[in-house]
Design a binder for this molecule. Sequence first.
Ligand code: TMP
Length: 215
Amino acid sequence: MSPSRGKFITVEGGEGAGKSSNLAFMRDLLEQSGRQVVFTREPGGTALGEDIRELLLGHKHTGMAGDTELLLIFAARAEHLARIILPALNDGKWVLCDRFTDASYAYQGGGRGIDMGRIQALESWVQQGLRPDLTLLLDLPVETGLERAGQRSEPDRFESEQQAFFERVRQVYIDIAEREPERVSMVDASRPLPEVQQQIRGVMERFLDRVQNHE
Ligand code: TMP
């Protein structure tokens, strides 16, 4: 008998939202629940995707056109889906992904002002109906996030944007969470880490219960 399809979980958030440590925490929770987890990220996740990531985040092509940026992101996504995400899900594994298409709506749609209809068209072409089963949105005020992120290394091409860009990014994320409460759980990432993890644990436990009841 073929295994039941795995679940696809994504994590989103603005700069300095604490994605890395919270992703590691989520991975542990999933593994403790007995799931086999494939941990990956966007843009990236494959050799080709990581090359595209370098083009997108590096400073070699600072003035890249918005459409070029969007198409590169979806090219990396097509590769990621074909080589990593779909095979893993079909094999019964769970996929935990650091960012996915909500980031394209937030950064390219909100941040860059690209028409959302274009992003939708690419989403349906590349994903053919595949969407995350659960998305965790780590939300915090832009200023707090930038302060936290500022303490880290050299800013990449996105991190070099101005505060107004990140305000638009945040607003699109919040709009998505409000429109799709079934899929997207918003967590207040401005709280101290143990509290954030408490919120995340609650979301994950509810999701795992729901899945178990359907298996
Ligand atoms: P991060 O993984 O360190 O957050 O860096 C990835 C950057 O790429 C982040 O600034 C957001 C950006 N990005 C987009 O602009 N659109 C997308 O669809 C994705 C997945 C990421």
